[in-house]
Ligand binder design. Structure first.
Ligand code: MIC
Ligand code: SF4
Length: 642
């Protein structure tokens, strides 16, 4: 039987289930990655599982988010992560080495293997022909402890590329085009598998921009074949031995095919405040811009920054313009090629290789300002300024706009490709601490920011709880638990960070949730795609800590739904979506016999205040129900890992 690329890899690592859309499968995980903002919790959870040895081939702990070290918190957390890596035999990529996804692509990603990471942009490694999935920290902990990961088999959609990018269009415009067509919900329950003649024209760096931002479509992951381009990339990285060719059989079947002619792609920009609010740059050109930032795991590669340096060389930027290279390797090679001085001479401010402004760690725009960024998310408030307007574009549009202070359509002669400059690069991964033989004598460093992980009791069978908040569609995990320089350092301290739940969009939430928790417990009601965006499990754990027992929404984003189940919060779905309208804050809802969910799909919820009933359902697999009914994955894992 003919197989697509996803089927070929999944078949090789399948441990349980059958490869059919919507069926739950269990796959063997070769690699894991964590970053510091999600990593501390993930390793505390791993420790709580009481397993001596990690079961993966290769696992990496990165420091890239919380790099400001404005107090003891970050430095202490980083020391914790370093000692954990030493004890359990993980690679450790410290502060200054770069953004996890960029470094992973350069130094660790291997075609045909599987990777899960506690960061939603883990699919970046799909550019290398890996099955790479973003998950919550608890799922990473479970994979470290067992080598296993469960997921519902997504539909595999073929993105068939023809032609070649033309003029100033870049890979970013390809993924923005998909967001324009399909929206932030368009990829839920799906994997995008790229194929067609156009694929051959895209370098691994360009593919990585596309797979990275597939996360904004809600996709489980995206994948490119491993071909001549992959071989070239691995050779450049002096990792030829990791190369393996993998591609789909010809004329294989897909659940759906979407065609894109690369030669028709034009420069695009996502307008405030959602990555799918996409317009052509022509439509928005002339809008005043106060700041430009080029970087993030989407657009901080060698090729991106060399192109920007070519555009800016010999000219002066008109507005504050910042660049954050994706890795130390990128930075060193920009220096060697002279591109860094071109950038600095043009007036650019160079930041260290890290997430930085992408997660609101500094460089917030002026009040009411407009910032044009090459990032992947432009949610309101994420930049650190509540009323700023963030536009997202590729690096070319960003560079041209930096020169004029307005959103500018690129013009003039397109420079020669950067390929010759990229024939040989300096390999620069000397900061990475390699695992020695696991060392059981290592004393784990636990700063006072690290609070022990709490196991929660099982949910009672009959629930009466108060609706403490009602939200609209597309609530992001940044809305639930914001990031930024003030809040991010508290990621290892659940009691402290829980004070900020919904703080940007509903300042009374914590008070109402606490008061409901004293009596009964709380319920959150929400619209479609609840929990889109980041993988941060704090968005489930902190509401749980504040006494939230149940969420009733019209639909959920994939990673957040798993995180809710992992922490024993029930993600219920309105059977009839319009029932959402009939519920208000302060209503008391009664749900009887939660356990019966294992045998039936529908529960009746009684609104005690308004005296009516409505139905809710769920789409949990049998295993997820068991996890939920055991009070979460930590309780469940202690039963299933050795
Ligand atoms: C993000 O881009 O929102 C983050 C910060 O990388 C998150 C992870 C986190 O919240 O720590 C993600 O995308 O998963
Ligand atoms: Fe870091 Fe931003 Fe990428 Fe998240 S999206 S991993 S914050 S660079």
């Amino acid at each position: 039987m003919k197989k697509n690329l996803v089927q070929k890899i999944v078949e090789k690592c399948l441990l349980e289930g059958t490869i059919k859309p919507d069926e739950e499968i269990c796959i063997k995980i070769d690699q894991t990655l964590t970053q510091d903002a999600t990593g501390t919790l993930a390793y505390l959870e791993f420790e709580a599982m009481g397993v001596e040895k990690i079961k993966t081939k290769l696992s990496v702990s990165y420091i890239d988010h919380n790099t400001l070290q404005t107090g003891f918190e970050n430095a202490d957390d980083h020391k914790f992560l370093e000692t954990i890596a030493q004890k359990y035999g993980l690679y450790f990529s410290p502060n200054g080495n770069g953004v996890c996804h960029q470094v992973h692509l350069e130094r660790f990603a291997v075609p045909g293997e599987t990777l899960i990471g506690s960061d939603s942009h883990t699919p970046t490694a799909g550019a290398m022909g890996m099955i790479a999935i973003g998950v919550g920290g608890l799922d990473v902990a479970y994979a470290l402890a067992s080598g296993r990961f469960y997921l519902k088999m997504p539909k595999v959609i073929n993105i068939k590329l023809s032609g070649k990018l033309f003029g100033w269009a870049t890979a970013k415009d390809v993924i923005l085009e998909l967001l324009r067509r399909l929206t932030v919900k368009g990829g839920v329950g799906k994997i995008f598998e790229y194929s067609g003649e156009g694929v051959k024209t895209l370098s691994v760096y360009e593919r990585a921009t596309i797979t990275n931002m597939g996360a904004e479509l809600g996709l489980t992951t995206s994948i490119f074949p491993s071909d001549e381009q992959t071989k070239k990339f691995l050779k450049l990285q002096k990792r030829e031995k990791d190369f393996k060719e993998i591609f789909a059989d010809e004329d294989t079947q897909y659940d759906e095919v979407i065609k894109i002619d690369l030669s028709k792609i034009v420069p695009l920009a996502a307008c405030p405040h959602s990555p799918d609010n996409v317009k052509s740059v022509r439509e928005v050109e002339g809008r005043k811009v106060d700041q430009v930032i080029i970087g993030s795991c989407t657009n901080s590669s060698m090729t991106d920054l060399l192109l920007v340096a070519k555009i800016l060389k010999g000219k002066k930027v008109k507005i504050p313009t910042l660049i954050s290279p994706g890795s130390k390797q990128v930075l060193v090679n920009l220096i060697k090629l002279g591109a860094l001085s071109d950038l600095i001479e043009s007036g650019v401010r160079v930041l260290e290789p890290a997430c930085g402004p992408c997660i609101g760690m500094g460089c917030a725009p002026v009040s009411g300002g407009v910032s044009l960024r090459t990032f992947n998310r432009n949610f309101k408030g994420r930049s650190g300024t509540d009323d700023a307007e963030i536009y997202i574009s590729g690096p070319v549009v960003a560079a041209f706009s930096a020169l004029t202070g307005k959103i500018t359509t690129p013009s003039g002669k397109v420079p020669e490709s950067e390929a010759p400059a990229l024939r040989k690069i300096e390999i620069m991964d000397d900061l990475i601490i390699r695992p020695r033989k696991t060392d059981t004598n290592v004393v784990i460093f636990r700063g006072k920011n690290i609070k022990p992980i709490e196991k929660f009791p099982k949910l009672e069978n009959n629930i009466i709880a108060e609706v403490v908040a009602k939200f609209k569609d597309n609530i992001t995990t940044d809305d639930i638990i914001p990031a930024g320089a003030k809040i991010l350092p508290l990621r290892s301290n659940i009691p402290a960070i829980s004070e900020y739940v919904f703080s940007k969009i509903d300042s009374g939430f914590v008070r109402r949730a606490r008061s409901a928790a004293e009596k009964t417990g709380g319920i959150i009601v929400a619209g479609e795609n609840y929990g889109q965006g980041s993988s941060r499990e704090h968005a489930a754990l902190c509401p749980k800590y504040l006494g939230i027992k149940v969420i009733i929404a019209k639909s959920y984003a994939r990673i957040h739904k798993s995180n809710l189940i992992n922490f024993g919060i029930m993600p219920l779905i309105f059977k009839i979506p319009t029932d959402y309208e009939k519920i208000d804050v302060s209503d008391k809802l009664e749900i009887e016999d939660v356990k019966s969910l294992s045998s039936q799909k529908i529960l009746t919820v009684k609104n005690i205040v308004k005296n009516f009933s409505f139905n809710v359902t769920h789409d949990l697999t049998e295993r997820q129900l068991k996890v939920f009914l055991s009070g979460g994955l930590l309780n469940f894992a202690s039963l299933t890992t050795d």
